[in-house]
Design a protein around this ligand. Structure first.
Ligand SMILES: [Zn+2]
Length: 322
């Protein structure tokens, strides 16, 4: 090589090195004070609860690579509207960067930007999956789901609605006593995309405050209703020790599907690291008896295919407590 090319080569290597460094930059961990206010659900929140509890759609999966969303028929026009809506960008002090210049961030962009806070699945290197159950506790379905899990020697992760936990504390204690992990699923099950930041914080903090004395720890895992989350909320959760757990395989069990359909929906998106969404509670008139029926068959299929069935903290190597 001719000598006069040497400085050019050095410059090239230097710029490559600096570029990588920038990509490896870790998310900021800022200390933040909790501001908690007393919150009683207002009339519209209370009215929204049964309808909202009709289930989690695949709203969060649009545009996430590696996850092929199943076309979903939305019976509720609000769900369809919400599904097509892009997550609004938000400027927050030190987290502010090129993406806060006014354009909206997709969930995929949020996932890449906050990869240590927002999870859809675990590492593909371990042939393991996590079963997760939302909207519990519900005396109609949760006890039977707990019994099926126990019979099949499975530990799962339950995302509880704070208001229901307050109403059925014995059931909350039973979920924890059976060795399952408990996470926060908000207090009244609102769409976080439509809340003010202070209302959002109240939903999160009030739920942890209800759960902690019942289960003996302060839940670290949070699943937003419908999987909807905004950037300002993610930043606040990251700064306050929470991890946001969405899913990569949706059973769509809340639709009242037959066990065969629930199993097919789960299995078609199963891969090492998958986080599987099911429900252990429902709205008025909702029936999860097919979810209960599906459990032993899903467990058998997963084990036959060589999967370990673990909790979310095991799958993602996270603590369950903040
Ligand atoms: Zn839910």
């Amino acid at each position: 090589m001719k000598k006069r090319y040497l400085p050019v080569l050095v410059l090239l290597l230097l710029s490559l090195f600096l570029g990588c460094g920038n990509q490896l930059r870790k998310p900021l961990h800022l200390s933040s004070k909790f501001v908690e206010e007393n919150h009683m659900p207002n009339a519209s929140e209370a009215a929204a609860l049964p309808g909202a509890l009709n289930g989690n759609g695949r709203l969060n999966l649009a545009g996430v690579p590696g996850i092929t969303p199943t076309p979903t028929v939305y019976s509720n026009p609000n769900r369809a509207k919400s599904a097509s809506k892009r997550i609004k960008s938000y400027s927050t002090g030190e987290e502010q960067n090129q993406s806060s210049s006014g354009h909206e961030l997709t969930l995929e962009e949020l996932r890449r930007k906050y990869k240590s806070t927002l999870f859809f699945k675990g590492s593909p290197r371990w042939r393991a999956v996590a079963l997760t159950f939302d909207d519990a506790p519900d005396p109609r379905f949760t006890p039977q789901i707990l019994d099926e899990l126990q019979r099949n020697h499975v530990k799962a992760t339950f995302f509880l609605v704070g208001k229901r936990a307050e109403k059925y504390p014995t059931l909350v204690r039973r979920i924890a006593a059976r060795g399952h992990v408990i996470g926060n699923h908000s207090y009244t099950h609102p769409n976080f995309n439509k809340l003010s930041e202070s209302a959002f914080r109240r939903e999160v903090l009030k739920t942890n405050r209800v759960l902690q004395p019942l289960i003996g720890y302060d839940p670290k895992l949070l699943r937003p209703p419908y999987g909807n989350i905004r950037e300002n909320e993610l930043v606040w959760l990251a700064n306050n020790g929470f991890k946001v757990i969405n899913w990569s395989s949706d059973s769509l069990d809340w639709k009242g599907l037959k066990a065969d359909e629930i199993i097919a929906n789960i299995m078609k998106n199963v891969e090492p690291g998958a986080i599987i969404l099911q429900h252990a509670g429902g709205g008025t008139g909702e029936d999860l008896s097919e979810t209960i029926k599906a459990i032993p068959r899903v467990v058998k299929k997963l084990r036959d295919r060589g999967y370990d069935i673990v909790t979310v903290p095991e799958l993602l190597d996270l603590p369950k407590s903040r």
